[in-house]
Write a protein that binds this ligand. Structure first.
Ligand code: FEO
Ligand code: CA
Ligand code: CA
Ligand code: CA
Length: 545
């Protein structure tokens, strides 16, 4: 790409209201008389606009089929915690298939708590196969439930700068499929969830987010796979769960006001009038993009008490044809369902709308999209990036990243425009974008999720193993993907998160060797621990930034 922004990009910026800042800092100031030098300086300071892509400070790697986490020259990784590792003096162990990570500093970027989601288990490495009737034994179900949920682990850098787990930590603990979890919001105690206020456990914890008051939001995704075999009520799962990593006395809670679907993530921001907004993906083919807006305003001085904001508000789903956010209310649903007895029976209260949120969204005209997974709000211009992973139902094999531009740059707006920011495929070098995170230079760090059964085969061969790609959202290389990492065999890299000073990137290496059929012949042996006989999902800390 040349130094000039193309017309499409230029028009995008004109629409965002950050025109002055962006255009001035990308050298198009002459075209826009209103561009202000002051804004340009502010942007350069905040986001390092003077830096070109070399400012990313790495030489992109080539795709790889190696059974390792391959990084650019000068970077290295420490395995911080792997499946089965003891995390505290009580003897709790690190769960399987780690996903979302979030670092909470205790002593800056050298010691802190790391929250890690655990998404699902494997019959080969965790539970053992069900019996010939497809049933799991009681102890198999216990293993299935224990190894999902989340881990709080205390991590630190030793004298050599190596990241390690501190198994003597008083903070380290597990939240599992066996932990009692409170419900909040309109569906708490409602008929649709069996009139209960507390449910058993959380599982299928995929990605998540961080609240403005430093708690974790963990997203329950493919809950059926565990609720079914465990004989648990499916309506108790598929929610967003809030946990305080530092304080076990804060009861973990599922916020039903944020709706029930196959939650991928929860990206929190503020509306222009200081209400809480949470953007969420529903990881299914032909599923909608959501946002929740709290009824009341955020008051920073109230700290964790702001959690109450997640108990009352409005859940919206996006209609991309009209550029509108559709409110999912019982009145609207019943009006739309007025000639259909089965739907009128199903939707009687707002609790029913929350429990069956994805059905309500489609009923109200929200747009089915191509597996909306992670969502991130750009810290630069408040546009909203959505990873649409793929959708083989209608030929979107490599997926794309969609960018919403909320009207007036207000995350509380009920109207928006959008563009396709980047597309998977041979031309871009990536396929199946999944988790996203921003660095402070406005680069979008994107991990890919080509399924284990497809990776390195057919039309996916060109990409080789899954990877991490860095895509600038500003500057001369906007929209171009540069490969930063390549995953071990059949693994997916998930949950990237930086320490605040961006000297370390935590990443969860999920399901290495997932296609193994024989316990004694694993297709991957990552992380290649001496004397170990199986591959293990593990969280790593990447250094060298
Ligand atoms: Fe758990 Fe949508 O990936
Ligand atoms: Ca995902
Ligand atoms: Ca993310
Ligand atoms: Ca995934």
């Amino acid at each position: 790409m040349t130094n000039e922004l193309n017309r499409r990009t230029f028009l995008t910026y004109v629409g965002t209201g950050v025109t002055a800042l962006t255009v001035a800092s990308t050298g198009l100031g002459v075209l826009v008389p209103g561009a202000e030098a002051k804004g340009s300086e502010a942007a350069a300071q905040l986001f390092g606009f003077n830096k070109k892509v070399s400012g990313l400070k790495f030489t992109p790697i080539q795709p790889s089929t190696k059974d390792d986490l391959v990084l650019p020259e000068g970077y290295q990784y420490d395995v911080v915690a792997a499946f089965g590792d003891v995390i505290n003096e009580k003897g709790d162990t690190f769960g399987f298939n780690n996903d979302f990570t979030m670092y909470f500093p205790i002593n800056g970027s050298s010691r802190g708590l790391l929250w890690v989601n655990h998404e699902y288990v494997s019959d080969l490495w965790v539970t053992g196969q069900p019996d010939h009737n497809g049933k799991y034994s009681k102890s198999q179900i216990e293993k299935m439930l224990y190894n999902q949920g989340g881990s709080v682990i205390e991590v630190y850098r030793d004298a050599n700068g190596v990241w390690k787990l501190d198994p003597t930590s008083r903070h380290s603990r597990r939240i599992t499929g066996l932990t009692p979890i409170e419900l909040t919001g309109a569906a708490r105690g409602s008929k649709a969830i069996g009139n209960v206020n507390v449910v058993q456990g959380t599982f299928a914890n995929c990605s998540g987010g961080k609240t403005l008051w430093n708690n974790v939001l963990s997203a329950e995704e493919n809950y059926e796979d565990t609720a079914g075999p465990s004989g648990l009520n499916e309506n108790h799962y598929g929610w967003i769960v809030e946990v305080d990593p530092f304080d076990a006395s804060f009861a973990p809670r599922k916020h039903t006001a944020l709706g029930r679907f196959h939650h991928e993530n929860a990206a929190m921001g503020l509306t222009n009038d200081n209400r809480i907004v949470v953007y969420m993906g529903d990881d299914k083919r032909d599923a909608c993009v959501y946002k929740f807006i709290s009824k009341n305003k955020y008051v920073p001085s109230l700290g964790r008490q702001n959690s109450k904001l997640l108990e009352e508000g409005t859940l919206y789903a996006a209609n991309l044809s009209k550029g509108t956010w559709v409110a999912l209310t019982i009145d609207a649903v019943r009006e739309a369902a007025k000639d259909k007895k089965d739907l009128l029976d199903k939707f009687q209260t707002q609790a029913d709308v929350l429990v069956y949120a994805s059905d309500a969204a489609i009923l109200l005209g929200a747009t089915p999209t191509d597996r909306p997974e992670d969502v991130e709000i750009s810290p630069f211009d408040k546009t909203v990036f959505i990873a649409h992973t793929n959708n083989s139902n209608h030929g979107n094999i490599h997926g794309h990243i969609t960018r919403f531009i909320e009207d007036g740059d207000d995350l509380g707006a009920l109207t928006f425009d959008f563009e396709i920011f980047a597309c998977g495929g041979r031309q871009s070098g990536f396929s199946a974008p999944d988790n996203l995170t921003f660095d402070s230079e406005g680069n979008l760090w994107t991990v890919t999720d080509i399924s284990s059964s497809s990776v390195n085969k057919g039309v996916f061969k060109t990409f080789q193993n899954n990877g991490v790609f860095v895509i600038p959202t500003t500057g001369t290389n906007i929209g171009e993907a540069f490969q930063f990492a390549s995953a071990p065999i059949e693994a997916e890299l998930t949950g990237p998160s930086f320490t605040e000073d961006e000297t370390t990137l935590f990443i969860a290496v999920q399901h290495p060797g997932e296609e193994s059929k024989d316990y004694n012949k694993p297709t991957s042996m990552w992380p290649h621990r001496k004397g170990d006989k199986i591959p293990r999902p593990a969280v790593v800390a990447i250094r060298g930034f």
